[in-house]
Design a binder for this molecule. Structure first.
Ligand SMILES: Nc1ncnc2c1ncn2[C@@H]1O[C@H](COP(=O)(O)OP(=O)(O)O)[C@@H](O)[C@H]1O
Ligand SMILES: [Mg+2]
Length: 331
């Protein structure tokens, strides 16, 4: 994967199951292109709203807001007390998050709620409650949702694909569904293919590709519109070590301008690529900080082979012990 080149265009398509009510909506939908962007953005700098008066909601916000908006700045993700239940199962159980550009790692064990949170951010899963603003817009409005989707890139955890499509056809299809101007599509597709290092397979049919290659095709469709908000659900699954190194470099490059959220349960993926990480457990964010801060949590008592892994396991077991108390955001 190449960090240097840059794709341009729109957004995503759908495969996946469609169910009704509070079930899956189908992971991908047609979206559209647009090049408008907020004038200013936030970095992932830390900051606290220490002047806030006491109160549970405010306190929780105080703990979670590490990048309070600078004057006139826009945030790409701004969610408050987002919740999503599937019957009695609280998949996402009160998450606050405010993010500007940068690479943000979402860690947590299977079932923690990472995919559900990302699906909410991708506008394919409405929250049961809470406030969600994406790219300065409220996704509850149809026009705003459409605008958000034009500027979003989303790699679902399980990306469906059409076996008889070639790599280029597949990515082009997504670009067109994202309503990119057709004149811009060929170059955007070529750039995306190049960025995931699939040039030699550009004309190969998807059915002939390995799992790792298909994952890279999935990454390519997510970045073909040069999104302002990029959501990647387990993007490194199936990639070999060399490809993972390339992927991290691509993330760093994309994160210079866009907000990139990468979910994974592979702790080492976030260490190198992410400026900041959050750890989810039982639907809640139980830690938010830099990879170095997470590593520090594991000193002396974490279980694991690598320092970051020890931090991860230390925070996770503390969260589980305390019953993952609501709003238990640390550091
Ligand atoms: N569409 C769904 N229908 C019912 N339960 C779901 C659905 N999606 C997720 N869940 C449940 O929500 C919880 C969180 O799942 P998920 O968001 O996939 O977590 P993660 O991505 O961290 O593994 C799990 O208990 C899972 O079984
Ligand atoms: Mg998941």
């Amino acid at each position: 994967m190449r960090a240097g080149a840059r794709g341009r265009g729109g957004r995503q398509v759908g495969a996946g199951r469609r169910r009704r009510g509070n079930r899956r909506l189908g992971d991908y939908r047609a979206v559209r292109p647009d090049r408008e962007r907020p004038g200013h953005r936030l970095g992932h700098q830390r900051g606290r709203l220490s002047s806030l008066p006491p109160g549970r909601g405010l306190l929780r916000r105080d703990r979670q807001l590490r990048n309070p908006p600078a004057k006139g700045a826009a945030v790409n993700v701004d969610i408050t007390d987002a919740r999503r239940s599937f019957r009695k199962n609280k998949a996402v159980d009160g998450v606050d998050l405010q993010l500007g550009p940068g690479v943000f790692g979402l860690l947590g064990p299977n079932g923690a709620g990472k995919t559900s949170l990302l699906r909410m951010l991708a506008t394919v899963l409405p929250p049961s409650s809470g406030e969600i603003r994406l790219l300065d817009r409220d996704p509850r409005g149809a026009a705003a949702r459409r605008e958000i989707r034009r500027r979003l890139g989303y790699l679902p955890q399980n990306l469906g694909y059409y076996p008889s499509f070639t790599v280029v056809e597949f990515i082009e299809y997504f670009a067109l569904l994202k309503e990119m101007p057709s004149a811009a599509v060929p170059k955007a597709v070529a750039t995306a293919v190049e960025r995931v290092d699939l040039g030699v397979k550009a004309k190969a049919k998807l059915r002939t590709l390995s799992g790792g290659m298909l994952r890279r095709v999935g990454i390519a469709q997510a970045i073909v519109n040069d999104p302002d908000l990029l959501l990647l659900d387990e993007p490194t699954a199936g990639l070999d070590p060399e490809q993972r190194v390339q992927f991290r470099s691509l993330m760093r490059s994309l994160g210079e301008r866009a907000t990139v959220i990468v979910s994974t349960h592979l702790v080492e993926d976030v260490g190198a690529a992410c400026g900041e990480v959050a750890l989810m457990s039982d639907g809640k964010i139980v830690f938010r900080g830099t990879p170095a801060e997470l590593t520090a949590r594991g000193e002396g008592h974490g279980v694991g082979d690598a320092p970051l892994e020890r931090g991860y396991s230390a925070v996770l077991s503390a969260a589980r012990l305390s019953g993952a108390q609501s709003g238990a955001v640390s550091s």
